[in-house]
Design a binder for this molecule. Sequence first.
Ligand SMILES: [Zn+2]
Length: 503
Amino acid sequence: MLAQHAGAARWSYNYALGRKVAAHEAFTTARDALLDGIPEPTPEQVAAAAAAARGQVGRMPSSIDNLKAWRAERGDDRAAVEGVSPWWHTVSSYAISSGMRDADAAFHAWFDFRAGRRAGRAVGYPRFKRKGRSRDSFTLYHDVKRPTIRVVDARHVLLPRIGTVRLHSNLRRLIRLQGRDELQVRSVTVSRQGGRWYASILIAHPAPAVKPTRRQTAAGTIGVDLGVKTAATLSDGTVVPNPRWGSAAHERLTKAQRAYARTRRGSANRVRAARRVAKVQAQMAEQRTSWIHQVTTRLATGWATIAIEDLNVAGMTRTARGTLEQPGRRVRQKAGLNRAILDVGFGEFRRQLTYKSSWYGAELVVVDRWLPSSRTCSACGWHNPDLTLADRTYRCGQCGLAIDRDLNAAINIAAAAAQTTDPSREGRPTLARTKPARTPRDGSEPDTRDERDPEASYRVPDEPGPATAGPGEDAGRPPPNRWRPPQPSDRLASHTPEPALAS
Ligand SMILES: [Zn+2]
């Protein structure tokens, strides 16, 4: 039933996209015909031609237009009426409309990207979906008048037309909200990944006012420095090592992909090999998210304030290859760095920390991206202009502090967060937050945090707190705590509601 609905959604996506592409091609043909006699048209002339062409061919059909057109020609095999999709009554009508909405979204994303209204990675011209090639998914929307989606119990969800579906994960958290009459299901998106089906339930509910626990308040503020060598360093000295599952799984993935490449097109072996590749990819994604879940839950439940840096993930993972005229430098090294960053999943880390902080009453402070956290001494505020990525130890030229580079950054991040959240600190020296005057020549960003105005000054709060280390204290500093995964005996970790809804 799920595959059938996903197939119907794919069909309706292609149907809607076909109509949209035809309209768009008619528009470009009409516009180019109007511009034909002009050798070098000015932007005004192009705009005028576009407006005239729009008048000729009409606007791009929206999902509502497409739905209307489809209703007129869908047919019905129950009454032996021929049409484009006489089988439509066998699936939920939401599967059809969700495909059409997705076609709208695909075109919007492309338009917005071309107009520079969309950040992030490049969006190509919408493409048609192919069975077995594109990701299977469909969305069922909640019917206000006739509620059709329901969380039956912790293990089952009721979907229109499909019926009750048994789940692998647990919906305890949703049940609790349903019991308090606070739950409103908006939609369910069902998707297939690596041979498994996932249901993402979108709900609306009033945000509960959660206060941090006494233990969290006592713990105060923690600064988190996310890195590549070690995944995260906390300002209390805890080191969260990089899981590095990525590299082991990467080998398995390469093996599976090679096996796939050796198979013949259209053979049964090829289908099997493709399934194997998808499975390894899905496993990698699952391992990554479950690790991030462990770390972010621990942070959100352990402290009242969590400070992280606003890392430019898209910029950090951008390819270093450069252009033909300006080839990038250190392309191979950068490619390795990119993979490590993606393995750790910075973006996902921040996303989880954001919603979990609100669950547990913690406050997430995102410190400015241009804070010179790596170059500034966490004890006296001196800044080292010569620090490079290779220097693993920070040595202060003013007070003599020698401290792990990442720990120094984490302490600075915590201090910056304390300054932005504590109103009593007003009037104290503030952080210099200067944007860099130039961008690196080769287009790569070796360490975004350290690209800044060399004249910028930075001071940490002047009273010595637990987050600041005195001169020369590094020698007597205990070795950093090793990270341990949450234990069953861990009171805070034991009631962790592992998000059943994560897709
Ligand atoms: Zn110093």
